[in-house]
Design a protein around this ligand. Structure first.
Ligand code: PGA
Length: 251
């Protein structure tokens, strides 16, 4: 497995046209080449662009789905399910991004089922967790959620398989889309606590990502945190100039 850190670009519902997407892909191809010795890039575009992008990414960039359902093929209108993604060479998906959680009102138990469906289909799951409010109670909220999600999974799969099949993305809800100046010492403390929890739970830790308000002023510092294996960056990464500045900060 590559030991490079990950830059995960979650474009959310952007760009709004295929033409714009193609321009952005060309830019991302170029930028990913410039950082290829340090970073691996993953893009999660809107679902309609997954297949066109699969044919136009040239720099070893991987594609991810922004969401997944527990279903299989059949009468499930609107469903994006693990086997469908795998069949179409999409090997990674976000699971329970906070915007997806809120929209579908997902419970931790339902998220556990989503994770199970990914593991069954060998689809890499990037499981998103994070507290609502910054503060002392945050780690309790996160670990309670993770207990409910992971406990049923641990009864079904060896922990060594789980740690390689999932990544955990720590994305505090108060930081997502907020464009805040980040408190790096708080984030580091949280990441350390999550890592300790994961090692206690699973013997070793899955890769751990951070997401929420990361920009060119904080990217390098966050990537330098030893506990961080990757960074998730939201819809501003679908703006060409902003993306160029972001990559420049780590070249
Ligand atoms: P942000 O979002 O970079 O816009 O804060 C991160 C995310 O939603 O994954």
């Amino acid at each position: 497995m590559s030991s490079k850190k990950i830059l995960f670009l979650n474009w959310k519902a952007n760009p709004s046209s295929l033409k714009e997407t193609e321009v952005l892909v060309e830019t991302t191809n170029h930028l990913a080449l410039l950082v290829k010795d340090k970073l691996d890039v993953i893009i999660a575009p809107p679902p309609v662009y997954l297949l066109p992008l699969n044919h136009s990414l040239t720099s070893g960039i991987q594609l991810a789905s922004q969401t997944v359902d527990v279903t299989t093929n059949g009468p499930h209108t609107g469903s994006i399910y693990p086997a469908l993604l795998k069949e179409n060479n999409i090997g990674i998906t976000l699971v329970a991004h906070s915007e997806d959680r809120a929209k579908k009102q997902l419970t931790s138990e339902q998220i556990s089922d989503l994770l199970d469906a990914c593991l069954k289909n060998n689809l890499k799951a990037v499981l998103c967790v994070g507290e609502h409010q910054k503060g002392d109670e945050a780690i309790k909220e996160i670990t309670q959620d993770l207990d409910l999600i992971l406990d049923p999974i641990i009864t079904k799969y060896p922990t060594s398989f789980i740690t390689s099949a999932i990544d955990i993305a720590y994305e505090p809800l108060w930081a997502i889309g907020a464009q805040k100046i980040l408190d790096l010492s708080y984030i580091t403390t949280q990441l350390l606590a999550i890592k300790e929890y994961l090692i206690a739970k699973l013997t070793s830790s899955p890769r751990l990502f951070y997401g929420g308000s990361v920009d060119r002023s904080s990217l390098k510092q966050i990537l330098d945190i030893p506990e961080v294996d990757g960074v998730l960056i939201g819809e501003r990464s679908a703006q060409k100039e902003w993306l160029e500045e972001l990559f420049q900060s780590v070249i």
